[in-house]
Design a protein around this ligand. Structure first.
Ligand SMILES: C[S@@+](CC[C@H](N)C(=O)[O-])C[C@H]1O[C@@H](n2cnc3c(N)ncnc32)[C@H](O)[C@@H]1O
Length: 252
């Protein structure tokens, strides 16, 4: 739902996400946890082209790296940065049905806070889409932030009560960045990206789910086909959730 607008949000930022003095990747502890699961030659998918630190680590580990993203501009820019050939980059919205040739195609599927980018409506489909990429015995490792982001609380505090009611919907478990007003309110600063671009970027992201650990794990359980192997907390408050598809390697 609303995929094209969300994709445009990321293309507004494009390569400035990793090229303008902002580090938007995983916590260092999680970067290490992701990296130690990478294997030479293993088909490895990074979902979310903006997380170039993960893609670079996969290349350095000798993995067979594929990058998936629903935003054509950021996918192109990241592919250029990484030197990815065409059959290693895939324009895919993981909240939509996964194309047949990518189903169960990856021993390792990695995503940094991608799950936080889904709307509440799309969260179950996004989990199913990520699951469908994973080969038997393969791993899906995703970082998430539970509850509101600090920036959500700061934005919420700067809004009028009427705006607050539109911005944070506890009943739906969702924030809606599309309602951000024109006036000066605290917005995140990502390196040299201007305040105007940041506002347009966030507005286009629209609705994003905010959930608890139990809510996420019950969504994973309801999707089926993945066992939770581990959850690893980082000091920045994010959590790495490691899931495995049962089965024997090489069977699909
Ligand atoms: C991985 S997320 C989060 C990046 C960063 N680590 C953070 O926490 O802000 C952002 C990336 O995922 C991509 N993305 C977001 N939703 C997507 C979806 N439904 N399918 C595929 N790619 C998506 C965006 O285009 C962008 O490149």
């Amino acid at each position: 739902m609303n995929g094209p607008a969300k994709a445009r949000a990321w293309d507004l930022v494009g390569e400035h996400y990793w090229n303008s003095g902002y580090y938007g990747g995983p916590a260092p502890e999680h970067q290490r946890e992701f990296t130690r699961r990478m294997r030479p030659g293993a088909r490895t998918a990074v979902v979310g082209a903006s997380t170039v630190s993960l893609s670079t680590a996969a290349q350095q580990a000798g993995a067979d790296l594929h990058v998936l993203d629903f935003a054509p501009g950021i996918l192109r820019a990241a592919s250029h940065t990484l030197g990815l050939v065409e059959d290693r980059r895939h324009l895919v919205d993981v909240t939509r049905p996964i194309p047949g040739h990518l189903k169960q195609a990856y021993e390792l599927v990695l995503a940094d806070r991608l799950v936080n980018r889904f709307s509440a409506h799309d969260l179950p489909a996004g989990i199913r889409g990520l699951r469908d990429l994973v080969a038997p015995a393969g791993i899906l490792a995703v970082t998430v932030r539970f509850g509101l982001y600090e920036r959500d609380s700061e934005i919420h505090a700067a809004l009028t009560p009427a705006e607050q009611a539109l911005f944070w919907r506890p009943d739906a478990g969702e924030v809606d960045y599309s309602v951000l007003p024109d006036r000066d309110i605290p917005l995140p600063v990502w390196g040299a990206i201007s305040g105007d671009v940041m506002r347009d970027h966030l507005r286009a992201r629209g609705r994003e789910a905010r959930f608890s650990r139990d809510e996420l794990l019950s969504t994973v359980a309801a999707a089926g086909g993945l066992d939770c192997e581990d959850t690893i907390d980082a000091t920045d408050g994010t959590v790495l959730v490691v899931l495995r598809r049962p089965g024997a390697a090489g069977q699909s």
